[in-house]
Design a protein around this ligand. Structure first.
Ligand code: AMP
Ligand code: MG
Length: 429
């Protein structure tokens, strides 16, 4: 690099986009990492929580597979009672769950039946036990149910061969239960991207160690480790935070790149004298973009080293969180061959006025409330600086403000991203 030339000048002279919008950054990350043939592996059903299905799951039989009772009671033929002078049936046997009644029913006969038991061939209706009085084999109906009542018909949920779950579905408890309903004990899922987490900074000590003067604990490792798992990826065991030293950083980056599908770093990505990541990547790898028009998270950089993608995130924990939501999740989706999923956003009314004079997209930590009318309200937390991890914990939503300057009155509508709702999403492959 020529003397007096900043890394920014150098990257700019190479045509590297600087200060990109959030959307441009997301598109660039997805485009660079979109994997058209992601690896697929088989996992046991019990280990598939949080994984993404790599196959369609079809039902091997109709659901329900046979007509069965929805209640505990007595199964009978409805027309028998229409012809009878009294609502009286004779109980001739039992159909219990897993053990059907194989006999026939003559006119005026019924069988004791439990929930989930196969309906006898001649019966079409179940009277619930609470609406009957039994004496020996005589069953008197106190209420006569409608014809067909309390019976779950074969195939009423789906036919044999119907698709229950599709490729690309993130697997939560409900999806796993449906796969089990289809008799599957093993599933084909996308391999989880391996993510190296490299925290950097001379001031960092690991939790559990004694703090020296001017030191703070490395909380980004714990934050990213958990977020990576939450995003369905595999965090490689984090090592000691790396010092703000170019040689050591380069060495650590190379090791991380050799082991991972994606390298995440925190700290040292800005323009300070001890921020070495931009120049290291510019010199030994490549930079796709540097700086994103977002607050917090501006210094984020996306590049490559030793053929592996590197997302260099800022050091402040709140910036790490915001850039993870916006950029890292997009990167992890693309590495699995998944189209980017738009973050879940709801519209909420501001409880207080809000003014923003800068021209970056902003992600404020907020607390939501739903009033008795069902209206969603949001209040930005005080203490929005990006080192405030306590306010980050308190937040139940991220308020997502667009780039434009805004001057909003209380009651105005804003976008919020819930931090508490994790739907079992279906994503496009
Ligand atoms: P930097 O991006 O290196 O300028 O760091 C910005 C701020 O984030 C500084 O106050 C750092 O001390 C802090 N910071 C950097 N890395 C971490 C980390 N791993 N855990 C907690 N705070 C950090
Ligand atoms: Mg630093």
């Amino acid at each position: 690099m020529a003397p007096n030339m900043t890394v920014e000048d150098l990257l700019s002279s190479r045509g590297v986009p600087l200060r990109v919008s959030v959307e441009e950054a997301r598109v660039a990350v997805a485009a660079a990492l979109m994997n058209s043939s992601p690896s697929i592996e088989r996992v046991a059903l019990d280990n598939a929580l949080g994984r993404v299905l790599a196959e369609d799951i079809l039902s091997p039989h109709s659901l329900p597979p046979f007509a069965n009772s929805a209640m505990d009671g007595y199964a009978f033929r409805h027309t028998d009672l229409a012809a009878a002078s009294e609502p009286l049936l004779q109980c001739v046997g039992e159909s219990r769950a897993g053990q059907r009644y194989n006999g026939r029913l003559a006119v005026g006969q019924c069988v004791r039946i439990s929930t989930g038991a196969v309906m006898p061939a001649d019966a079409d209706t179940v009277v619930i036990q609470e609406d009957t009085q039994r004496s020996q084999d005589q069953v008197r109906l106190q209420q006569i149910p409608a014809a067909g009542a309390n019976v779950r018909k074969a195939g009423e949920e789906c036919a044999a061969g119907a698709q229950l779950l599709s490729r690309g579905r993130g697997l939560g408890a409900r999806g796993l239960a449906l796969a089990a309903t289809a008799g599957r004990d093993e599933l084909r899922v996308l391999a989880r991207p391996r993510v190296a987490i490299l925290t950097t900074g001379d001031e960092l000590a690991l939790p559990g160690q004694a703090l020296g003067p001017g030191q703070i604990y490395d909380s980004n490792s714990a934050l990213l480790h958990a977020l990576v798992i939450d995003a369905g990826a595999y965090p490689l065991p984090a090592t000691q935070a790396t010092a703000d030293d170019p040689q050591r950083l380069l060495h650590a980056l190379r090791r991380a790149a050799a082991a991972a599908d994606l390298v995440l770093t925190t700290g040292g990505a800005s323009v300070g004298d001890h921020d070495h990541l931009p120049s290291l990547l510019a010199e030994h790898g490549s930079v796709h973009f540097w700086k994103v028009r977002m607050k917090p998270g501006m210094p984020a950089l996306f590049g490559e080293l030793a053929g592996k993608p590197v997302l260099a995130l800022p050091g402040n924990p709140v910036s790490v969180f915001a850039t993870f939501q916006v950029l890292v999740r997009a990167a992890l989706s693309a590495l699995q061959g998944l189209a980017p999923v738009d973050p879940l956003r709801w519209r909420a009314r501001l409880l207080v006025p809000l003014r923003k004079t800068h021209k970056r997209a902003e992600f404020l930590r907020g607390i939501h409330n739903i009033d008795s009318q069902g209206q969603l309200w949001v209040r930005p937390l005080s203490g929005q600086e990006s080192h405030r991890s306590v306010a980050l914990l308190q937040a139940s939503v991220l308020l997502c403000l667009p780039e434009a300057e805004i001057d909003l009155a209380a009651g105005a509508l804003v976008d919020v991203e819930p931090l508490f709702a994790r739907p079992e999403s279906e994503v496009r492959l």
